[in-house]
Design a protein around this ligand. Structure first.
Ligand SMILES: CC(C)(COP(=O)(O)OP(=O)(O)OC[C@H]1O[C@@H](n2cnc3c(N)ncnc32)[C@H](O)[C@@H]1OP(=O)(O)O)[C@@H](O)C(=O)NCCC(=O)NCCS
Length: 203
């Protein structure tokens, strides 16, 4: 495995860059939308009902702490920028994030995640970003495997895994660990190995 950090990745419509503070407030705004955080945001559950806690004034330091580590060679997450030709404003806009986080002790096995501004959902941008990130992780970073998953009812995210060639390896039902969602949830689990990725014509 090559620890080369989150280098810039360009696709037809997007540029994925390592996080900086310049775009974090917009990402916070996107992540505070219930339809985005419902099945994405974990942790700080005890603060779920504390409105003050989720304000930018309180949250900024957590985003800053993440940005401080964004340049580390063992960190793999990117802010997704939509090129000016495709935005409503006619200027480049930050529209979400993709990541390939640690899954367990074996750093060559990763868990992937993504979220996107609802304004720009349903246009293939998450798939385009995730596809580029996965290619980078398998071919440049040379990880061995991705194990990840999504709530079974999260059709859009499950569809992204399927479009990218992941195998569904099972389902798990357990209590929600999402900050703003209580209850029991069924998760679809997905896996993709480097061997399978490369043998699918991606070499
Ligand atoms: C998951 C998410 C990133 C997808 O973003 P996106 O840019 O809309 O994704 P894409 O357009 O690349 O692909 C979505 C696919 O799901 C399909 N889809 C979305 N909602 C659907 C629905 N209700 N029923 C059937 N298909 C649906 C789309 O048609 C598309 O498939 P297609 O290309 O075959 O038509 C976005 O919905 C999101 O941010 N959700 C909230 C955060 C989240 O759930 N993150 C993942 C946690 S595991």
């Amino acid at each position: 495995m090559n620890f080369i950090g989150s280098r810039t990745i360009e696709t037809d419509r997007l540029v994925l860059r390592k996080s900086t503070m310049a775009e974090q407030k917009r990402l916070w705004e996107i992540l505070m939308l219930p339809e985005v955080n419902k099945w994405y945001l974990v942790g700080a559950k005890k603060h779920a009902n504390d409105k003050e806690y989720w304000t930018w004034e309180v949250q900024e330091k957590f985003y800053q702490a993440k940005v401080d580590k964004a340049g580390n060679e063992d960190v793999f997450y990117w802010s997704i920028f939509l090129k000016a030709d495709y935005t409503n404003s006619g200027k480049e806009e930050v529209i979400g994030q993709v990541s390939a986080q640690e899954y367990g002790e074996d750093l060559s096995v990763r868990d992937v995640g993504w979220y996107l501004d609802p304004t720009y959902q349903g246009k293939g941008y998450a798939s385009e970003a995730a596809c580029a990130m996965i290619d980078y992780m398998f071919k440049k970073v040379e990880i061995e495997k991705i194990i990840s998953g999504a709530v079974k009812d999260n059709v859009a995210s499950c569809r992204v895994f399927e479009k990218l060639g992941f195998d569904k390896i099972g389902e798990e039902t357990h209590d929600s660990n999402y900050t703003f969602y209580d209850g029991t949830l069924t998760f679809s689990k997905y896996e993709l190995t480097r061997k399978k990725y490369l043998s699918n014509g991606n070499n």
